[in-house]
Design a protein around this ligand. Structure first.
Ligand SMILES: CC(C)C(=O)C(=O)O
Length: 470
């Protein structure tokens, strides 16, 4: 395959005068094929997609600075009922606080289509935060570039779909026509002094060395000509990306990033990964993109996005901390505030088993685990979830929980502190224990759900005239 040969014949040489790597551009010219290459060996459509291997190993190349960008109000909003202006501003405030003083949530993208969209943008910009930078997503037209400029934005996203599925089957163009069209739109954007963020849609089904690299080389020439940064966003639109060493491009995430950085010469800080979760790989693919040369990973809150969603923002916060060893100023407790805001104010039900934010993410149910947890919570908790997420580990009640387990459940579930805490010898705990014992004596084998216990607590409080926390 031509694309795998490219890994061997690296067209990069060292300039002996200045010791800088130079790209030999002539190695990658547009392959203006007559018929679309839809990679039938990997995507047979009537069969499950395949993951071929050529065992080319890509070296790790994590940039010194890596960060998160946000698409909650663009890809996120595309897949749900629109947020109100107030909700957008509130979420933007939370993102600012979560990202901390070092701007770990570097940018957030907004539609500019309607007055409502623009109002939200004005209100967020009025906040005056340096981060997340407010950026846009527009139709690629001269009028829209002018609008971006008028609003005072430095950057905008532009759709430059790159697979033959899009170029031939959707746009009904050839690769040459698509490339020329995209480059002229990007030139118009640069003429307005706006920095383009090029969304290479469907890159995991694109011809990396026959289209993507030649296109990115052209982008880098434009960047040099206009002296305005041009970002390349690698969009795994259908979630086909894989991070297995030796997998073949265009499915290999590391192979794509390597090609864009090493062969097209796009600097780390101008490369971003945008993932989807169709094959459950959004998080690990995004982390892989960081590890192999992308500075930015694009995410949305709780992974809300088209179909199975995008890379969840909160997941990448914890991926960052695990890779880098600290949070670089991020305030992770805001994640819990955001989850509560979504549930209470926006009415979005977060699936209970969702890592870091679901109602049950740190709830232990099996009696034997609860026993371990009561002895030492580190045994069954991923980290100090109370410290980082304001979510103390919770132990569900079962026949083995005992009075202490019930008291622990009440205190954590109702967030009771100090002298408000329920004691294991209280009347309320004794009454709940009676009900629990009756349930299991009746042949029950499953754990009690939170809703059942809350109903029991409410019934007992009413019958016995008791109040929780008094
Ligand atoms: C519309 C495009 C840019 C996108 O979000 C994607 O490819 O997932």
């Amino acid at each position: 395959m031509r694309d795998s040969d490219a890994f061997q014949n690296r067209p990069v040489s060292m300039n002996p005068k200045n010791n800088l790597l130079e790209i030999e551009e002539h190695m990658y010219i547009l392959d203006d094929v007559e018929k679309p290459n839809v990679f039938r060996n990997m995507f047979p459509y009537s069969e499950i997609p395949k993951i071929p291997f050529n065992d080319r190993i890509v070296p790790h190349n994590m940039p010194k600075d890596i960060w998160i960008t946000d698409t909650t109000f663009r890809d996120g909003q595309q897949s749900r009922a629109p947020y109100t202006t107030e909700q957008i501003v509130k979420i933007y405030d939370y993102l600012h606080e979560l990202g901390g003083p070092n701007g770990m949530i570097r940018a957030s993208e907004f539609f500019l289509y309607s007055k409502k969209d623009r109002d939200a943008v004005y209100k967020c910009m009025e906040r005056g935060y340096k981060f997340p930078e407010v950026t846009s997503w527009i139709r690629a037209s001269k009028e829209d570039f002018k609008l971006v400029k008028e609003i005072g934005m430095k950057e905008t996203g532009i759709l430059v779909s790159c697979s033959d599925y899009h170029i031939f089957l959707k746009l009904k163009m050839t690769r040459r026509q698509a490339m020329d069209h995209y480059l002229s739109v990007i030139r118009d954007c640069l003429e307005e002094g706006i920095s383009p963020r090029c969304h290479l849609e469907d890159i995991t089904r694109a011809d990396i060395y026959g289209y993507v690299v030649p296109f990115c080389l052209e982008l880098m020439k434009l960047m040099k000509e206009y002296q305005i940064p041009i970002k390349v966003r690698a969009c795994d639109t259908m979630g086909y990306g894989v991070n297995y060493p030796g997998a073949v491009i265009p499915r290999s995430v590391q192979g794509i990033i390597y090609a864009i950085h090493t062969h097209a010469g796009v600097p780390h800080e101008l490369i971003e990964w945008h993932g989807h979760n169709d094959f459950y790989k959004a998080v690990s693919n995004s982390t892989t993109a960081w590890l192999y040369g992308c500075s930015g990973v694009n995410t949305s809150l709780f992974g809300i996005g088209e179909r199975t969603g995008n890379t969840p923002l909160e997941a990448m916060v914890f991926e960052y901390a695990q890779l880098k060893g600290d949070l670089n100023g991020m305030n992770t407790r805001v994640i819990t505030e955001l989850a509560e805001y979504y549930e209470k104010e926006i009415g979005y039900q977060i699936p209970p088993r969702t890592p870091f934010v679901g109602k049950n993410f740190n709830v232990t149910r099996a009696g034997i685990h609860a026993d371990g947890l009561l002895k030492n919570e580190e045994i069954y908790n991923i980290f100090d979830t109370e410290k980082f997420l304001n979510r103390p580990v919770l132990c569900a009640i079962s026949n083995t929980s005992g009075l202490a387990g019930i008291a622990h459940w009440l205190n954590t579930y109702y967030k009771l502190k100090g002298d408000k805490q329920v004691q294991k010898n209280s009347e309320l705990v004794a009454e709940i224990k009676k009900w629990v014992d009756e349930e299991y004596a009746g042949g029950r084998v499953t754990v009690l759900t939170d809703d059942e216990i809350v109903a029991c607590v409410n019934r007992i409080c009413l019958e016995k005239n008791l109040k929780i926390g008094e």
